[in-house]
Design a protein around this ligand. Structure first.
Ligand SMILES: NC(=O)c1ccc[n+]([C@@H]2O[C@H](COP(=O)([O-])OP(=O)(O)OC[C@H]3O[C@@H](n4cnc5c(N)ncnc54)[C@H](OP(=O)(O)O)[C@@H]3O)[C@@H](O)[C@H]2O)c1
Length: 273
């Protein structure tokens, strides 16, 4: 196909999990897909072109976007998927550790977004899909900093969407619940352990093991991302999968006190008012 006639998509963090499933689904939907990883990797199958990119490094992001534009002459879709979590009580997480995570989960999104916006504006259209989480709109006890980073992504995305909508660009959110990927194995433990939380730690680990058993597959999330990317009139946010849809409805319509009680129960936290 001639340069510029196929829609081009960039998916960050496409070597595994939700990013890999999304890259494959977009490819199957007709996009020319460029995936990114921090490691040099060529073999994802299905013609997806992998590029090395660290979203914490502005020059690396600029090089990656330039390589895509140089090859295709367009960037129609950016899926900001790269991200990781810190597991542990908020008090046990140092500011430096939290900043390193925000550098990927929030500032990584900002870096890639700022790199593609001028190209999208020049071609008079584009879409940015930011992978948030249900923890972007509900509390995330024992993953508070991760939850905070996803709340920040939500605030950034919804605000930016208003600013660029007039330029033909939309910024939308996809909010998965727990999903069966390497995410839980890649969780970083909070770096300042305190004795007071020792008993909670085992409880949290077994909670995570249990929820992961029935978690959605990355393909479920990928399908929602493709919807968010291709809908002619996209919604501002897409809960991805049945659990995420249920949580989203409860958060919107259940009174705050009742939600708080049900949430503690679901999270296996003792019922303290
Ligand atoms: N799994 C869940 O339960 C769940 C639930 C809700 C939301 N999410 C979100 O879904 C997204 C994808 O996670 P996943 O579940 O698919 O986990 P995953 O398999 O661990 O994938 C995370 C990806 O992020 C990339 N990444 C991490 N740091 C990076 C950096 N500095 N620069 C560039 N890429 C970086 C990794 O790429 P490389 O290591 O190849 O560089 C990896 O491919 C994340 O934003 C996560 O917060 C996950």
């Amino acid at each position: 196909m001639a340069q510029g006639s196929t829609k081009t998509a960039i998916v960050t963090g496409a070597a595994s999990g939700i990013g890999l499933a999304t890259a494959k689904s977009l490819q199957a939907s007709g996009y020319r897909v460029f995936g990114t990883s921090r490691k040099a990797t060529t073999d994802t199958g299905g013609g997806i072109r992998m590029l090395v990119c660290d979203v914490t490094d502005e020059a690396s992001v600029a090089d990656m976007v330039e390589a895509v534009f140089g090859e295709t002459g367009r960037v129609d879709l950016l899926v900001n998927n790269a991200g990781f979590g810190i597991s542990g009580p908020a008090e046990e997480t140092s500011v430096a550790q939290a900043q390193a995570m925000f550098d990927v989960n929030l500032f990584g999104v900002i870096r890639t977004t700022q790199a593609v916006l001028p190209l999208m504006r020049a071609q008079k259209g584009g879409r940015i899909v930011n992978v948030s989480s249900v923890q972007g709109f509900i509390p995330a006890p024992y993953m508070a900093l991760y939850g905070a980073s996803k709340h920040a992504v939500e605030g950034y995305s919804e605000s930016l969407d208003h600013e660029v909508r007039g330029q033909g660009i939309r910024v939308v959110l996809v909010e998965p619940a727990f999903t069966r990927t390497a995410f839980d194995q890649n969780l970083v433990r909070s770096d300042k352990p305190l004795d007071i939380y020792e008993a909670d730690r085992a409880g949290r680990a077994s909670f995570l093991l249990d929820v992961m058993k029935t978690a959605d597959t990355p393909e479920v999330v990928a399908k929602v991302i493709v919807n968010a990317a291709t809908a002619p009139k996209p919604k501002r946010r897409y809960a991805a999968g049945p659990k995420a849809r249920q949580v989203s409805l409860l958060r919107r319509f259940v009174p705050a006190n009742a939600f708080d009680k049900a949430f503690r129960n679901e999270m296996r936290l003792p019922p303290i008012a």
